[in-house]
Design a protein around this ligand. Structure first.
Ligand SMILES: [Zn+2]
Length: 287
């Protein structure tokens, strides 16, 4: 079995039927479909390369449509903006009426330890919804206008406050601002996607060792880059140590992560945990 824990619909020119066709091609049984509810002024117009201009971000309505058409292939995710006064009520309604199982993808311009945000995280713990979040840190050099600095869910240190404050909530780390900290130079590396040698003292490992409620998905260029960085064997050692809390995910429609996992020569048990058993433990399937 194979579960993609990080996918979207109605992007890259794919409606939900096309997403299912691509899952069939890639041998994926089930995908978690995540929303991106974001104010229009908070996202990079560059996303229109892959986003439908009828929508703002990746709206929940598309996910409900997809799950209604393909109920055995998708798990519904939804992350209403935690700054909304009605965030918790909306989320509860989405759970009750549309079977939402994941709070994600959270990708808005918030600080992780904001009291309104922590309140939502605590409710997610009570509702048993894993929180899938996207960290992008402010650029080292501020882009020149009109380009903006699109940071989200800042940052790894404030994440620690949330991990501590919400021990019953499962957090699933994702995106460049999270994965850069697989290396000890996570605070100083100038690139958005550092590719150099992983040095000791990575915050990701430290937090995962200390907080059993921290998981991570390996999706997108960020996860793949992190486990592909030198020195030789670094990625495999990471996958083995955290095999109980890593999730296979794509956040795109290619096979690069699976190709990479296959070359790691992982024990069957670790491979199975990462590719579906961990995801099943977080979100059991009703089938
Ligand atoms: Zn995503």
């Amino acid at each position: 079995m194979l579960i993609d824990s990080h996918q979207h619909t109605n992007w890259h020119g794919k409606d939900c039927a096309a997403v299912v066709a691509d899952m069939d091609r890639a041998g994926i049984d089930v995908s978690w479909l995540l929303s991106w509810e974001v104010p229009e002024h908070e996202y990079d117009p560059g996303y229109y390369h892959v986003f439908d201009p009828r929508d703002v971000g990746l709206p929940f309505t598309r996910i409900v449509e997809a799950c209604t058409r393909f109920p055995s292939r998708f798990v519904a995710g939804y992350a209403p903006d935690p700054r909304r006064h009605d965030c918790i009520e909306r989320l509860e309604a989405a759970v009750r009426m549309h079977g939402v199982k994941v709070y994600g993808e959270l990708k808005v311009r918030i600080l992780f330890d904001d009291p309104d945000v922590l309140r939502v995280f605590r409710r997610c713990g009570e509702l048993k919804l894993p929180v899938v979040f996207h960290i992008d840190i402010p650029a080292r050099e501020r882009p020149k206008p009109p380009a903006r600095d699109y940071w989200y869910c800042v940052d790894i240190d404030r994440l620690e406050t949330a991990l501590k404050a919400c021990p019953e909530t499962i957090f699933v780390g994702h995106a460049p601002g999270f994965w850069r900290h697989i290396s000890g130079d996570g605070y100083t590396a100038p690139e958005a996607y550092p590719k150099g040698e992983v040095t000791p003292g990575g915050r990701v490992q430290a937090l995962m060792r200390q907080y059993p409620n921290l998981y991570a998905d390996l999706s997108a260029g960020s996860g793949l880059t992190a486990i592909s960085r030198p020195p030789q064997g670094q990625g495999r050692a990471f996958l083995l140590e955290f095999q109980d809390r890593l999730l296979f995910g794509r956040d795109c429609f290619d096979d690069r992560l699976m190709d990479c996992l296959k070359t790691q020569d992982l024990p069957r048990e670790a491979f199975d945990k990462i590719t579906h058993r961990n995801a099943l433990r977080l979100v059991p399937l009703e089938r």
